[in-house]
Ligand binder design. Sequence first.
Ligand code: BES
Ligand code: ZN
Ligand code: ZN
Length: 484
Amino acid sequence: MSIQINYKINPKNISQRNLILFSNEKFDLKPLKKHMSSSDYNFVSDLIKTKNLKQKILIFDLSSRKKIILIALKQNISYSSVEKLGAKFYDLFKDLKQTQYILDSDSETSKLKNLTGYFLHGLKLKSYIFDKYKSKKNRKNISIIVSGKNKPSVKDQIRFKAIEDGTFYTRDLVSEPGNILHPDEYAKRLKSLSKDGLKITVYDEKKLKKMGMNTLLGVGQGSVRGSYLVTMEWSGLKDKSKPLAFVGKGVCFDTGGISLKPAKFMEDMTYDMAGSAVVVGLMKSLAIRKAKVNAVGVVGLVENMPGGNAQRPGDIVKSYSGKTVEILNTDAEGRLVLADALTYTEKKFNPKFIVDLATLTGAIIVSLGSEYAGLFSNDDKLSKQLIHAGENVEEKVWRMPLNKNFDKLIDSKNADMQNINYVGGAGSTTAAQFLQRFILNKTPWAHLDIAGMAFSKYGGALNSGGATGYGVRLLNKLIEDKYE
Ligand code: BES
Ligand code: ZN
Ligand code: ZN
């Protein structure tokens, strides 16, 4: 559904429109008297006796054409709770017949100010659907005019819009099926992001071969599509200070390769590029809101297919770092793509830190379900910052251990390391240990395993199911709070 939000002070004919007001927790009507006509006020005063005041949202039918909606805000409500309330409101709101509303922002009475913008942001994030391939689109245009003085400032409006656009771009990419968004198409779409002010560089197979990115190339070699590494640079500072780096796994489809996955739910592997999509959405957000930071996004785009030229279990390949890897399972491919991308990012950009994102292991879903992304890091400060940012925007991370005993498990008899461990379980940790071997210069690094977070069957607080865009808001918050 599409929701148009217009910001206007003192719009005309308020009494003709459906009205949305904030109230205090107890639904005291007195403070709202000045925000309604007296006849509406009397009507609502009568009707409220019939309502269950434990609910947070009350809808009053004043006539068949006019509604007044009251939203209860606690005195000490947080921004993130207001966003969630906005999203909850969307679920009620989307089925109402009326399409024209006024939200009077002057009805806000909580301690925190400017809640209206957060409320609408939550509503907007929840309203996303992916219906590109439905012949019959179930869309209606709803317009909310925001009146009063507590409307978001122009700066806030740009900020909300940047986050929404970035998150929706991520969701669009993740939602595209494998036959459409294969690596060739993906690389092409990324090139077009230069219009947002990002510097895009695409390395194709020929270049990657020359550079020695053989662990990345090995994953894609069974596919008729190309393999790519794409860098996206945002220079928001005049100086040449070290950028923040974000690296993403972009496996456009993961069949498992010769170590083929079972048929059931293999279709889910179309979202195995979600890590890369988060990096792309984040970079787009930074560019739209002209963030005062230098940042670089790096994504490895491949398709993991079986085929006559596909990589075999037992193959040994030499990575960009020079380290050799014995491929024991071609389905543990994400770490192979990231290995080269990480070393390259560290070497080329010498960043302040590297955060990588990947739908890397099924094991992280066993550990953390879809509540937390797994966080693995060599740096306590960066970890704390990520945990904190995650709590703030409800995109939570949980730190998991790394240590040399886990690291030993991926030593190989025949090469420097192998891409899976046969003993010890701890599948998400050994995958992270593998990645850590490709950070060569002790750059602060954090790996987020988002396999349980990227996609939601039933929907979450701020999404209505499907691709969640998890990670864009988390990393944007990290940057805003600590690096701008
Ligand atoms: N893309 C998968 C991980 C995954 C599983 C993401 C389920 C989302 C949902 C990854 O490439 C993979 O196949 N990992 C294997 C690793 C194993 C072979 C060591 C896994 O988790 O089973
Ligand atoms: Zn796999
Ligand atoms: Zn995968």
